[in-house]
Design a protein around this ligand. Structure first.
Ligand code: ADP
Ligand code: ADP
Ligand code: MG
Length: 697
């Protein structure tokens, strides 16, 4: 649909809804004569997506019911819904996936419809059929389409029949390792081993030769079984250096099917999307039309209703191949909403009520650019290990000027070991890709999270990367650009003098206060000194600072800088206009010096008098506890595998243990070569954080 109103606020179309960029769909008629009227929606999900659905439902005047597990008693979605029902203990299998408990919650509250969000029961045909029997509307496709598309083997067959181009490869389940080797050889290496019921990038392995299949096939089967309760695995050709581009579909019960263009989700880690955008900077209008037409044809072949996504893998020559169809709302749907000025949840609810879409393809046009980054509770500097704990501080950037935050947490809330480690999604919009990226960089700088580890530095590095800015993406981007993992060397600030300037301003402000408070130690100099030496990793510079109207005047080396800011002592965010640009620097006062975080990089900077700087050069750093000969559990979790015995020699990088936590198998590797002295934990044991697993000689 062409946007009706072109009024813009900070680059984002002005909207009537509570949330920027989410516009009520233009469908006027709410209910068809033979349709249903939804009065109360139960959201069978948690976290940001539950909050997202609640927002649209409220905007339509529909009541909402949250369900929650015992671990989520105080979660944001519970607070935001009109009513909430506990559906069981913390583990998802006993709560969010417990169909009987969800049905009981529906009966108890009189909800007449269910929105499943993504994950959990969203692609569960049995749940869908059960709702039908109970006379409850499922806000999504019919069970037949879910079942057909939920299975990768079956959906590939269907896609081929509908004239959709599919990845070359065998389309049946494999019997055993030997069968897998035989099939792989016939397709030609490299191949991809995949779970038919897979999702979330799990149960998937690249195999470049027979040895890889021999090792990867049983692992894929195991992950498929534990992750999806279905151990069928198949093989297809591995497309080298591809891009992931998907089409957003929307269909009504009258047989109208449209698409809202594409999203590119090529920035992935372990086949999990990390950064997504719309449109794609890669495909031509012809490719877009061809992909859209095939996606619509596939949807038509399964009588699709509601929102769905047809995923394609696209090679560097724009050949595209069907991967799978996700029969639900997708995590990254907001980028489409911003670019097409549409509220997909609102549309899903309307078509579930039987209303026609009321839009035709030729009126659906993209406008501008949107980017989403997924903020996860994981430590990019420690192999992306998930992190749990309390969000001691949580401040999302303000939602103005083309920024949208979809979040399911609040300050003081808990990131639990039981669920997916996603904290929030940050989405920015701009008329151009460059503007959307610039806004993303600033918004990431302004995202303030303490208490759990998070991946903001990594996201900042990605969206600041020259190759990302040029749009030269591929699903191998992360492994190619960070082949040895991510480290602080990957987030060198491109203009470190900005950090020096902020440190000097802070120091000036603290000195001024110290001078005012009589009896404080800094007072012995009687006046505030302002000729300093900045000591930062790898840098030693002279600096001075003066407090002036509206901020500071700072000299670093020979250059003078004007800093306009309203920052006050103690504030964690130093927002300032420095010379001609706006910055958002996260600041912390340390025992000696300041910690500054900006643009993904973190620097400890000291501002000292000449004499103190000289003396500090003579100090020796106190070493911490030596744990270099221990393998320590970085998180609480289940030790699912231990691959070494006492006396065994290991090489740096060898897999030592596998810990299952937050729905992921996390492999712990040896830091360096060594010999196992003692094994302190057993396979199957529940580990505490920091528990010693193995000690090396
Ligand atoms: P989408 O296709 O909607 O973008 P993904 O492909 O990233 O979502 O993930 C597919 C499914 O896996 C989603 O339903 C989501 O709930 C789930 N998922 C997302 N992140 C994780 C994770 N870190 N671990 C396990 N499952 C996840
Ligand atoms: P999931 O259900 O886990 O989302 P998909 O089939 O959608 O599984 O694949 C997820 C990701 O894995 C893709 O986005 C892509 O990066 C990679 N992938 C899957 N199949 C192939 C393939 N045949 N060749 C290359 N990469 C692939
Ligand atoms: Mg997928």
């Amino acid at each position: 649909m062409a946007p009706k109103s072109d009024k813009t606020v900070g680059g984002v179309r002005k909207t009537t809804g509570a949330k920027q960029g989410v516009k009520k769909s233009p469908v006027k008629k709410n209910v068809r004569k033979d349709g249903v009227r939804i009065r109360k929606i139960l959201i069978a999900n948690r976290g940001e997506i539950a909050c997202r659905v609640i927002r649209s439902a409220k905007g339509m005047g529909i009541k909402t019911v949250a369900i929650y597990s015992e671990a989520d008693r105080d979660a944001l979605h519970v607070i935001e819904a009109d009513e909430a029902v506990c559906v069981g203990p913390a583990p998802s299998a006993q709560s969010y996936l417990n169909i009987a408990a969800v049905i009981a919650a529906i009966k108890k509250t009189g909800a007449d419809a269910v929105h499943p969000g993504y994950g959990f029961l969203s692609e569960n045909a049995a749940f869908c059929r059960r709702l039908k029997r109970e006379g409850v509307t499922f806000i999504g496709p019919d069970p037949r389409a879910i079942k057909a598309m939920g299975d990768k083997i079956e959906s590939k067959r269907l896609a081929e029949k509908a004239g959709v181009s599919t990845v070359p490869g065998f389309d049946g389940a494999l019997r055993d390792t030997d069968h897998a080797i035989e099939v792989a050889a016939a397709i030609g290496y490299p191949v991809m081993i995949k779970a038919s019921a897979g999702g979330g990038g799990k149960g998937m392995r690249i195999a470049r030769d027979e040895a890889d299949v021999r090792e990867g096939f049983p692992a894929a089967v195991r992950e498929a079984k534990s992750g999806f309760g279905d151990d069928r695995v198949f093989i297809e050709k591995y497309i080298e250096n591809p891009r992931h581009i998907e089409i957003q579909i929307m269909a009504d019960r009258q047989g109208n099917i449209v698409h809202f263009g594409e999203r590119e989700c090529s920035i992935q880690r372990r086949h999990q999307k990390v950064v997504e955008e719309a449109p794609s900077p890669f495909i031509t209008p012809e490719t877009r039309r061809a992909m859209g037409a095939q996606a619509v044809a596939l949807a038509r072949a399964v009588d699709y209703v509601s929102a769905g996504t047809v995923e394609f893998i696209v090679d560097q020559r724009q050949n595209f191949y069907f991967l799978e169809m996700n029969t639900r709302l997708q995590v990254e749907h907001p980028v489409t909403e911003l670019v097409y000025g549409v509220d997909l949840v609102d549309l899903m609810i309307r078509v579930a009520q039987g209303a026609p879409l009321g839009i035709v393809q030729k009126n659906i046009r993209p406008k501008g650019w949107a980017i989403e980054t997924r903020i996860y509770a994981e430590d990019p500097f420690r192999g992306f290990l998930p992190s749990v704990g309390r969000l001691v501080r949580y401040r999302a950037p303000g939602e103005e000027g083309g920024v949208r935050v979809d979040s399911g947490v609040y300050e003081g809330g808990e990131i639990s070991i039981h669920y997916d480690p996603m904290i929030a999604k940050l989405i920015t919009y701009g008329e151009t890709r460059a503007l959307a990226i610039a806004r993303m960089r600033l918004a990431l700088d302004a995202f303030y999270i303490r208490g759990v580890r998070h991946n903001i530095a990594f996201l900042a590095a990605l969206v600041g990367h020259p190759r990302f800015n040029e749009g030269r993406l591929s699903t191998d981007f992360i492994v190619e650009e960070y082949p040895d993992g991510f480290s602080s060397a990957d987030v060198v600030h491109d203009d470190p003098v900005i950090l020096d300037i902020v440190a000097v301003c802070m120091h000036r402000a603290y000195q001024a206060r110290a001078a005012q408070i009589s009896g404080q130690w800094a007072n012995h100099e009687r006046a505030v000194r302002d000729d300093w030496v900045i000591l930062a990793p790898g840098r030693r510079t002279r600096a001075t600072a003066r407090i002036v109207e509206g901020g500071f005047e700072v000299a670093v080396g020979k250059k003078t800088h004007r800093v306009v800011t309203t920052w006050r002592l103690g504030e964690g965010m130093f927002e300032a206009r420095i010379n001609d640009a706006f910055y958002c620097v996260q600041v912390e006062r340390l025992n000696v010096g300041y910690r500054l975080i900006n643009s993904g990089s973190e620097a400890d900077i000291r501002v000292l008098s000449e004499r103190a700087a000289h003396l500090s050069g003579l100090m020796v750093d106190k070493p911490g506890r030596d744990v270099s000969n221990l393998l320590i559990s970085p998180m609480p979790g289940l030790l699912v595998d231990l691959r070494v015995d006492v006396g065994q020699s290991v090489k740096a990088g060898d897999e030592i243990a596998v810990i299952e936590a937050m729905k992921m198998e996390n492999v712990l590797r040896a830091d360096k070569d060594g010999v196992v002295k003692t094994v302190h934990a057993q396979k199957g044991e529940s580990l505490r954080v920091d528990q010693t697993i193995v000690e090396f000689v």
